[in-house]
Design a binder for this molecule. Sequence first.
Ligand code: FAD
Length: 479
Amino acid sequence: MTAVRFTGAAIISRRVSIGTIDNPLRVAVVGSGPAGFYSAGHLLADKELAIEVDMFDRLPTPFGLVRAGVAPDHPKIKSVTRVYEKTAAKEQFRFFGNVKIGEHLSHADLERHYHAIVYAYGCETDRQLGIDGEELPGSYAATEFVAWYNGHPDYRDIEFDLSCERVAIVGNGNVAMDLARMLVLPRAELEGTDTADHAIEALASSNVKHVVVLGRRGQAQAAFTNPELRELGELTDADVIVEPFELDRHSAQSIDGEGEITPRRNVEILQEFSGRTPEGKPKQVELRFLVSPVAIRGDEKVEQIELVHNRLEHGGEGQIRAQATDEHETLDVGLVFRAVGYRGIPIDGVPFDEWKGTIPNEEGRVLDPHAQHAVPGLYVAGWVKRGPSGVIGTNKRDAQETVEHLLEDVREGRLGDPERPARAAIEELVRERQPDVVDYAGWEAIDASEKAAGEPQGRPRVKLTRIAEMVEAARAARV
Ligand SMILES: Cc1cc2nc3c(=O)[nH]c(=O)nc-3n(C[C@H](O)[C@H](O)[C@H](O)COP(=O)(O)OP(=O)(O)OC[C@H]3O[C@@H](n4cnc5c(N)ncnc54)[C@H](O)[C@@H]3O)c2cc1C
């Protein structure tokens, strides 16, 4: 139970009849990733109130990072969409794909049409390293590479120059693991996945032989999960390399996560990797610890990355910090990917915390950043609520918390009626502003055409990667 205060408008405890057959609770959910779908699912599972959910996504295709982030060689993880499909099949659910909030519709437009809005639009941009040379060609955000190999239409035309032999990945989480694997997967393994066609060709014919993953802290502070780390030791074409001296250097000054299972197992796995003799596979993935990039160098493109060696320090409140030493090292690399975190992008009119890159909230109720009051009718879920952490399932509990507060506010009479609550009114406005809107049946047509293209090749799907192609496939199903 929270002690959130509400602003003036909400104090008029109207106890109006929102949520009845005559005046169903109308909710806009912005974003169709896990957080959006779990929010919609929780709302539509309510047995007492009549509720209608309209979901908006800036892409014609739903499912957020399940489609555009999760690595293509992990197809089982993507099967979570079956749960979302059940939600989408409900009569009270509508999907408005290819509709960007902040472009086709404003926050004010949504306020005029809905009792409540749940923002669940994720963290679409990356955190920067803030070092010299970061803007050189050949230095990229992991977000760009991930979106490119997953066929996200915004990134499909980027050309990554994979002619170099060595690549550095900065970051010690699962995204870094995904990139490392994707860079060394053999053609035969790539071809069995839903990796975008343009990326299969580029990755399979790449010259990359050595991938170095750089962690600023030690082995026990790495954010890998155990299966993802273990998987690096099982790659067909690449040996995993962990220098024993790096682990020793770390344990000599060790402040490690004794007691926590995941870091403890990670340390065991890394110890086992460090004891291996390389099998002489054509490629290598090397894991380095206690190093931070201080500059990226090159005349016209990335040629080197300069690293400083770190030691560990207690930073207060149980934090373990990396502190730079005087020892430097330079690596020859042709590409640098930074995988050091994602952040949200603000939408005009919606409170935003620039520092955290999230929407300020208390347990899902959006807070007015100046007054620290809850803004009536405004909610947030998923990565844009809590930052880019946790797995897909984490968003389920997270969305449930948000929806419970939303429903509590309805029952307590804290929400008012919008100006234009009719279901047809928003549809009319959307079609006027975005004639290429794709509804759920349109997505099902895209889905069917992608699967049909994949079937003869034994692949789960061949992704459409241009918006125009997706709109066309969606339209073709209607005629
Ligand atoms: C590279 C990568 C790999 C991952 N792999 C795994 C994994 O293997 N297993 C696992 O459990 N978790 C994995 N995760 C984590 C998981 O993907 C996230 O926990 C989850 O997707 C977050 O859900 P979300 O709904 O908050 O955001 P998202 O999934 O990002 O969904 C946000 C949606 O909002 C839409 N949107 C954005 N802006 C707007 C706007 N202005 N208007 C309308 N729509 C908008 C986007 O198009 C998107 O569809 C991975 C994450 C990344 C980055």
